[in-house]
Design a protein around this ligand. Sequence first.
Ligand code: BES
Ligand code: MN
Ligand code: ZN
Length: 522
Amino acid sequence: MTNATSGLAIELTVQDISNVEADLVAIPVFEQDGFEDLAGLAAATGDEVTRAIASKEFKPKPFELFLTPAMAGIWRAKRIALVGVGPSDKFSMKRLRLAAAAAATAARQRRIDRIAFLARGGFAVAASVQAIAEGIVLGSFDAGRYKTTDHAGVAPCHAQVIAHAANSAAARDALARGMVLAESCNLARSLANEPGNVLTPRVFAERAGELTTAVGIDTELFDETRIGELKMGMLLGVARGSAEPPRLIVMRYAPDGAPETPVLGLVGKGITFDTGGISIKPADGMERMKDDMAGGAAVVCAMRAIGILKPRIKVIGVVPTTENMPGGRAIKPGDILTSASGKTVEVINTDAEGRLILGDALWYARELGATHVVDVATLTGACVVALGKTTSGLFGRPDSWVEAVRRAAEAAGDPVWHLPLVEEYLEQLRSEIADLSNSGGRPAGAITAALFLQEFAGPGPWVHLDIAGTAWSDDATPYQGKGPTGVAVRTLAELALSSSQWGLTGQERAEISDVAEADATG
Ligand code: BES
Ligand code: MN
Ligand code: ZN
């Protein structure tokens, strides 16, 4: 199967590792690994593996890498890479995914074209194959589009996942699913990487239209006139400071035979550049605010994945997109905006713009019939302070819906932490003259932002994911370069794919997956 966007082809092969033809064959290695399943490994590396492990040159800590040439005439591969995955009792799908990403990253940095990755570790074949395919595609992500020289690497073009078990339909489906999910994730990363002068709201909307209509999603792009007809005073208010007009991206997926309810509603913040507006941000680090549309990109690209993977559920995606600029017509602190829902908001801080555009979009998602809503936004610096750069904040109600989203995030490998919607803090959003103010000040800033959104989310199930800390990585790791992470794309797609299990308890889910496993093997 070939990656539709990067040209990377991945195939599933069931053969002895000695026969695998590749420039690099990567093997996950555990602490105290006995290599019982890899009797030929020592000889194939001229005992380099044995030596490197004995001398501790290579320690199988997570994602540590050891590369050595393969001896001619023993294995067909040219090089062998060991990828550490730590102790076997801590092994997980996430670790396997990241190990594959680390192998692909190493190959890209070394301009290696044909790679292979061995499925090891005792998980079900299909799940392993999916995780490895995801990792390989994620690790092949190339952020070098604007480099004309000194390119950081060239992504591999051919990859193999080597599995032990028969080449079952389930494993092949898993390969395709993993590729689509990771490829969609990479598309979101590319969008978030685009500078503000390239990815204006109009261009973002156009790209969203192309990406989603190509996979059968019904996408409409509302211009400022349509947005005005919907009376979205908060979206129009934020857009006033910019010479670029806003857009509202409305995506509908309604497959034949899908039940009338539930209808999943996905809402994403699409600020293509956040200067802060009149409450302008400091210059230091402001360039990062080009990724303030990462939540919107996650929704667009999750819709793309959904269009390809075709879950039997209706999904609606709504992405409001605008710049937040301090132009001569910009909104000013103290201005009052009237939202599409009718509620009035006093703008205390023009830099709290995300909640304004999302308030109108959340209301509209409900108008369109969404019963279960998730919004994703690079919303608050306070969330970065609270949870750091690896974990997104998760807010919502009721608990059953929070739990469904939490589980989807877990399966997708996007860490989240449930934070409380402390009712009393709504006081901080009180305005003397309007229904609400848009800023609750410094204390519990991530929570008051979520409480503001809740006022527009309607009474049904709703979850808010604050990805301010997780959308962008400041440090390169063995499995991920600096830059946009594509966080939440796989979570949202996974949520649509798992709709039959929403609302079930952990026990009920375990029983279903036991039955499914028995069906697959028996
Ligand atoms: N886009 C920012 C939040 C952000 C901060 C994202 C850091 C990524 C990294 C958001 O629009 C913002 O400016 N929020 C303000 C809200 C405040 C004025 C109430 C913030 O967090 O400071
Ligand atoms: Mn802001
Ligand atoms: Zn913002």
